[in-house]
Design a protein. Structure first.
Length: 187
């Protein structure tokens, strides 16, 4: 099953660490966690805090221990197709979290949610669009299904951002089905 995952982090620096994670299954089930930092996670950027609005002190008082979150993720997500809108960043924080918990860093792997959006559209359109036109048709459909307008920034909170990726995937599927319904009538 597809799972849309997002992290928020302490900074965008080399020693940044995950502070929040959320995931949403394609069927809508979700989980989210504030992450209590591991003892050696110390890099904190006030500018990053100004974006995600998660105070460091909140992680210490209300965060779930990093190793508990990591084990939960492996337990729940190991057999699923994990997707992230920024897999290089989210993968870095996933790896940091897993290693700090003593788990193999490749226990979970991410891929780009854009790949799932493309695959969704291509699967639906393939029987109805000529092979040489499929890629262009899919890319046009993807451009038309942007969920967030250019003026609306991401929420920069893990659950809303993961939900947005799922909504985009759902919108792509619906747009592709509508294309097939309208494109094949009377044709």
């Amino acid at each position: 099953m597809l799972v849309f995952l997002d992290f928020e982090a302490s900074s965008l620096g080399k020693k940044s660490y995950p502070i929040e994670v959320a995931w949403v299954f394609q069927d809508g089930r979700s989980e989210e966690y504030l992450i209590r930092p591991a003892p050696d996670w110390t890099e904190w950027d006030a500018e990053a805090e100004a974006i995600h609005h998660i105070p460091h002190a909140l992680l210490l008082t209300d965060g779930i221990p990093h190793d508990v979150v990591a084990r939960r993720m492996v337990e729940v997500l190991a057999e699923h197709d994990l997707l992230a809108s920024a897999p290089s960043w989210d993968g870095k924080w996933l790896s940091t979290l897993l290693r700090a918990a003593g788990l193999p860093r490749h226990s979970l792997r991410l891929r780009d949610s854009d790949d799932a959006h493309y695959e969704c559209a291509a699967t639906i359109l393939r029987p109805f669009v000529a092979a040489e036109q499929l890629d262009a048709s899919v890319r046009n459909l993807l451009a038309l299904t942007e969920v967030r307008s250019a003026e609306q920034p991401p929420a920069h909170r893990a659950l809303p951002d993961a939900l947005e990726e799922r909504e985009r995937w759902l919108a792509v599927g619906e747009a592709a089905r509508a294309f097939v319904r309208h494109g094949t009538k009377g044709g």
